[in-house]
Design a protein around this ligand. Sequence first.
Ligand SMILES: [Zn+2]
Ligand SMILES: [Zn+2]
Length: 345
Amino acid sequence: MQPASRADAFAALDLAPGALPAEIKRAFRRLAMQWHPDRNNGHGAAERFRQIKAAHDYLVRGDEDVEADTAADTNSAPARGPDQQETLWLDIEEAIFGGVHVLELERPEVCGECAGAGRITLASSRMCSCCRGSGRVRSKTGLDHCDACGGRGYSAEVRCETCDGTGETRSGRKVRVTVPAGMWPGRRLRLAGKAAPVGDLPPGDLLLHSQLRLHGLFALRGDALEVTVPVPLFDLLAGGAVSVPVPGGDIETVSVAAGTVTETRHTLVGHGLPLRSGGRGDLSVLLQPALPEKLGKADLDALRVLQETLAGRESKLYPSLAEWRARWLDATASKSGRKSRKKSR
Ligand SMILES: [Zn+2]
Ligand SMILES: [Zn+2]
């Protein structure tokens, strides 16, 4: 008593289509506890338990290898149209938290008017519209043989207007996809019976391969999600907590050690992309020091106070700079001092 489709199997387990293997196992354990004949002697419990077990086995087997599943189907299942494979482009938030996604599918179809020929044969010949019946067309070199009618001036074939002579029309259709939470890139969803119909056969399944569409705040660094956060240099120097936006619109914080002056990388555990193994990966946070872009008089006054406060403590604040000055500035100063002494002699 195998379920008729994956959708039925998910329904039997009270799950949304495309639930994770871990969710399937959890739902199965929960329902099995409720309906196992050893625990439940109510009317229909045994039958319900068999349904749950069959749905679980069907989904777990299907999830192991969708391709093999499809191949097996073609031998045993009644004839139906081919499956259709498409890419499901998801925003970060859709991929992590799920939602309803309207997928617009456009595919070329053989023109129904001309059966793909691009031309239509009429019951009787008509005057050729290209050469207006003359069999010749005007060109740069003079009068040429008319290709449309073969030079006869009349033809029983006209260009198909439906497809503009290409033999193909593009048909668009919208498919509503309930995207489960935790779509790692490459995760597949199977929508039973949602492939484009071919001929009179019942439609095959629509197989969706998820991909991430990244824009704005987040970027991919290898397989990890990354966010770059500009921070005023003075805040980094002083140290403390820095606010970081994470997927879903929440704000998390990372802490910076006092005296930080360069870019630093931090990790927010569990705020990254969904993982194949369940749960979520880490978010990599890059803090970039930002310098003031506009300074007013009060800011300059404050800076001067800071400058004066720190003046004379270079050897402690900037050891390598102090060394550089001692070598190149002070030495040059004493050399030019020698020169001027020579001149003055
Ligand atoms: Zn013609
Ligand atoms: Zn056509």
